[in-house]
Design a protein around this ligand. Sequence first.
Ligand code: ATP
Length: 199
Amino acid sequence: MHLKTLTLRGFKSFASSTTLRLEPGITCVVGPNGSGKSNVVDALAWVMGEQGAKTLRGGQMADVIFAGTSARAPLGRAQVELTIDNADGTLPIEYSEVTISRTLFRGGGSEYSINGASARLLDVQELLSDTGMGRQMHVIVGQNQLDTILSATPEERRGFIEEAAGVLKHRRRKDRALHKLADMDQNLVRVLDLTNEIH
Ligand code: ATP
């Protein structure tokens, strides 16, 4: 499995549709200060489901939409598409190539799709979670994050390892199940109250 292409449309400084082709192995992005190198990495995190505007170096999520320049008007939406080569079947889906897309509209709406079919954030997270990629998987290490990792406590370090080992997916599922159980408990109390009232 490897990342094949990343297409940015209206994402941060990439107003026009821009496609980066990535070959297996190491890819380096070079360019002058402020030319958009980090924006490419932000796009990668964003399309994989990043929810924190601060992680994407913005104040709010709409800051990822091209804000305009003196030469070009602001755009109404940002879209990023990531195509992954899945010939080795690493991703749990019956396609040899998988395209994940995320769109955000300035009005507030947001959409994900997997190979053109509408999807939820959860679907994208689950698709990527067994690969060690995706949100909170520490595959993207920001400029200031190295210090955090180097000075982490043993407990925090265990957390990083657990996440890389794919435990995070099961912890999320457990949290969702516990949440549902708590909701059920509340419903049960309400049913008992109503039953008592009727009798
Ligand atoms: P450095 O080498 O200094 O880290 P860089 O190449 O990583 O720089 P980025 O941080 O990726 O550069 O890009 C910064 C540029 O992106 C700035 O010029 C900023 O104005 C522009 N930018 C960020 N968000 C938007 C947006 N929503 N709309 C338009 N331009 C944006």
